[in-house]
Ligand binder design. Structure first.
Ligand code: MN
Ligand code: MN
Ligand code: MN
Length: 278
């Protein structure tokens, strides 16, 4: 097994990505992606546009979303694939997450202002455009204000896990977001399991609770992950009888460490969730 011509985790300007849904689809098609999932943070607002563009480009489009949640107090992301974006459960999810994001953004702004970032909120809103304000928008605002020199530094000092701007209080429990996805006809996928800074023991527990709650797949390969961990995640998927998913977690062209359709190759034979679409 190596690398299937799919990308099941991507972002557009509907959340914190740099390309419009149409541009994203065209760029993916140009890179040889045959099946693309648009998985914006907590919204399906870009899916209809992406679907039309995919039809035009002759590639498969999977309706998706990436929902923020908490598990044992930690932030955990769950991707929903092949959801019915008009289903009431998905509408509920979007409405809940919108409110959570708005409250969170205001709280992050207050905290950052206390640390010298006066006027950060209007700048973050400007970067978000019509999308909901997220941490990457704050990161760009902090660079613009001269509080930090790079977005990387913004996350390291202010916005990353455990820092002042990392507010998880308003996210629903992991089991709740899995339920929304399943009720909405989709497949719940545990996103980037290696990025939660958990021991293997704790990650195994997370995965087993994810399965108990109705989760059906985990990402085994994604942008920026190392081969050793990918091998282990492949084994974990097989052992738990979970489908495997893959994706770049693409955000924008400037993020040179990842590109559409790019993720480390799969060393283990796994059952790919993409097999139902290509
Ligand atoms: Mn993002
Ligand atoms: Mn994520
Ligand atoms: Mn993502």
């Amino acid at each position: 097994m190596s690398r299937p011509p799919v990308d099941l985790h991507t972002h557009s300007t509907a959340s914190d990505g740099g390309l419009s849904p149409t541009e994203l689809v065209q760029a993916a098609a140009a890179r040889g992606v045959r099946c693309l999932a648009l998985t914006d943070h907590d919204t399906c607002a870009g899916v209809a546009e992406a679907r039309a563009a995919a039809q035009e480009a002759g590639i498969q489009l999977v309706s998706g979303i990436e929902l923020s949640s908490v598990w044992e107090g930690r932030g955990v992301h769950v991707v929903g694939l092949d959801i019915d974006i008009d289903h009431p459960a998905i509408k509920d999810a979007e409405a809940h997450q919108r409110t959570a994001r708005e409250i969170r953004a205001e709280e992050i702004a207050v905290r950052l202002e206390k640390r010298g970032a006066a006027g950060v909120m209007p700048l973050a809103r400007k970067h978000a455009g019509p999308a909901l304000v997220g941490r990457p928008h704050f990161a760009r605002a902090l660079v613009e204000l001269g509080v930090v020199e790079s977005e990387g530094e913004a996350f390291k000092r202010y916005l990353g896990a455990g820092k002042v701007g990392d507010i998880r209080a308003h996210w629903p429990e992991m089991a709740t977001v899995i339920r929304w996805i399943k009720d909405g006809g989709g497949i719940a996928v545990l996103a980037h399991p290696g990025k939660y800074d958990l021991s293997w023991t704790k990650l195994r527990r997370l995965v087993s609770e994810f399965v108990t709650a109705g989760g059906e797949a985990i990402e085994v390969s994604y942008g920026g992950e190392n081969p050793e961990r990918i091998r282990e995640l492949g084994r974990m998927a097989n052992k738990q009888q979970l489908l495997a998913s893959v994706g770049s977690d693409y955000h924008r062209p400037e993020y040179h460490w990842t590109d559409l359709g790019k993720f480390p190759p799969l060393p283990e034979p796994v059952t790919g969730v993409w097999e139902r679409w290509i």
